[in-house]
Every structure is written in structure tokens, then in C-alpha cells.
Design a protein around this ligand. Structure first.
Ligand SMILES: [Zn+2]
Length: 248
């Protein structure tokens, strides 16, 4: 049994009574108890997945809140956080309300969601973050697979995040849509390739670099970036004392 919070890593017995863990000890004897042999298995507290795509709405053929959260439970995940890149996206109160209705009806584990930073996840106009993040279930804002490429839009999102105490989890990797935009402009492609080459040489990845600079400028409280160059970001984040973590 492993529990980092309890500093536990041991072979133990667990007694479950009326659906709840009532006792954990090296050896438990309980008359009439049904014995589940878990030798060779690892028992951990319920896992949390901060980034899941539950689809539903117009893409229910791929996944629904019901099937996704049941699969989560099967895999040991007791809390999941849904990304807002559904179709339609979670960028308005109306869509969010619809999602909450489904979540209340079909959610099988502890369920939360993120809302969009920009309308339609196009990175142009911000959503009404203030209203969206005050709704129950909402824990963060992101455009998921679409990075917000416009510096000014992202800067305003960071400022709002600070004002409303919102966790932002921007996706800093180029999406197919942004790469497509670059393709329309050969000069941009060249710049992008140079940028990628620069990565190998140790230059900072552009969107994340911009994000960090903005965080420093605005004194934003929290931020999580999803980025392949995790170690680089973490190193820079430590250096600049920006409260940020990165995951790949
Ligand atoms: Zn995603």
C-alpha cells in the first residue's frame, strides 16, 4: 500500500466496513469478512487526472461523461478534470450549464471542468471568465489544444486570472491550427523552423517563454503549462520564482 501523504509504503491489510475504510494495519482478523487477496497489487488513494477529454455533446460517439468517468473509476481515478475543448466548447454560460446538467446526471467519479480562455478557443476574444469560473465544478481555464498565440490576449487572460484568482492551464505547444496559420505565411514557417532549431541549441520555446515573461510582469499567482520541454520550464520557473509548474 502506497500513500505519499501518510508517508506509507508497506504491505498492509485494509478493512472495509459499509463501503468505507475502517482500519489499516499489518494484520487484521475479522470474522465473516469477505477476503480479497491483493498480493502483488498496489493500493493507492484515488488518483486524480487533471486533463481528460470527455467529449460528449456532438462527439458522444467518441466518449461521453458517462463512459469516460466509468472508465476513470475502473482505472482507479476518483477525480477527473475535463478539458473545455468539447463541441461546442465550454466558452459560454449556456454551454457550461448544459455540461453541468450532464455531469450531474452521468458523472461517476468526482468531476470538475475547465472553461475556455477565449471564445471558440480561437485565441482572439476572451470569454466572460469572471462569470464562468464562479460556477460550481469549474476549477481552471484553458483553450486546451489551442495555445493563445496573441500576446496581448494572453496578457489580458493572465490579468483576469490574477484578479479573479483563477488557475490557468494554457497549452503552450503549437496546435495543428496554429501550424496551419504559419503555413499560410512562408516567412513565419521559416521563423518557426528557426525557433525549433533554437530549441535544440538551448533557446526557450516561444509560447512558454512569452507566458513566463507575462507571469513575471503581472505577478500572477498560479500557472501550469503543458509543454514538452518540461525540465527547461521548471528550471526557468525556479530561477525566476514564478509560481508555476510544468507537465509534459
Ligand atoms: Zn488536451
Amino acid at each position: 500500500m502506497v500513500d505519499p501523504l501518510l508517508d506509507l509504503d508497506d504491505s498492509l491489510d485494509i478493512l472495509i466496513e459499509e463501503g468505507r475504510i475502517s482500519h489499516i494495519a499489518p494484520r487484521i482478523e475479522k470474522e465473516g469478512a469477505y477476503l480479497l487477496e491483493a498480493q502483488g497489487k498496489v493500493v493507492v488513494p484515488g488518483l486524480i487526472d487533471m486533463h481528460v477529454h470527455l467529449r460528449d455533446f456532438n462527439e458522444s460517439q467518441k466518449e461521453t461523461i458517462a463512459t469516460g468517468t466509468r472508465a476513470a473509476a475502473m482505472g482507479g481515478y476518483t477525480t477527473v478534470v475535463c478539458e473545455p475543448n468539447s463541441n461546442p466548447p465550454l466558452d459560454t454560460l449556456e454551454n457550461l450549464q448544459q455540461w453541468i446538467k450532464l455531469a450531474q446526471r452521468d458523472g461517476y467519479v468526482n468531476l470538475h471542468t475547465k472553461v475556455c480562455i477565449s471564445q471558440g478557443r480561437h485565441g482572439e476574444k476572451l470569454t466572460h471568465l469572471k462569470a464562468l469560473v464562479r460556477r460550481p465544478w469549474v476549477v481552471a481555464a484553458t483553450d486546451d489544444g489551442n495555445p493563445v498565440v496573441n500576446d496581448n490576449v494572453m496578457a489580458r487572460a493572465f490579468a483576469k486570472a490574477r484578479d479573479y484568482d483563477v488557475l490557468l492551464t494554457p497549452h503552450c505547444e503549437e496546435s495543428p491550427a496554429t501550424i496551419q496559420a504559419f503555413r499560410a505565411n512562408p516567412l513565419k514557417v521559416w521563423e518557426m523552423l528557426r525557433e525549433m532549431e533554437g530549441l535544440v541549441d538551448g533557446a526557450d520555446p516561444n509560447p512558454a517563454h512569452t507566458g513566463l515573461a507575462r507571469l513575471e510582469e503581472l505577478g500572477v499567482l498560479k500557472g501550469i503549462v503543458t509543454w514538452r520541454w518540461t525540465r527547461r520550464i521548471n528550471r526557468k520557473s525556479r530561477m525566476s520564482a514564478v509560481p508555476m509548474v510544468a507537465e509534459s
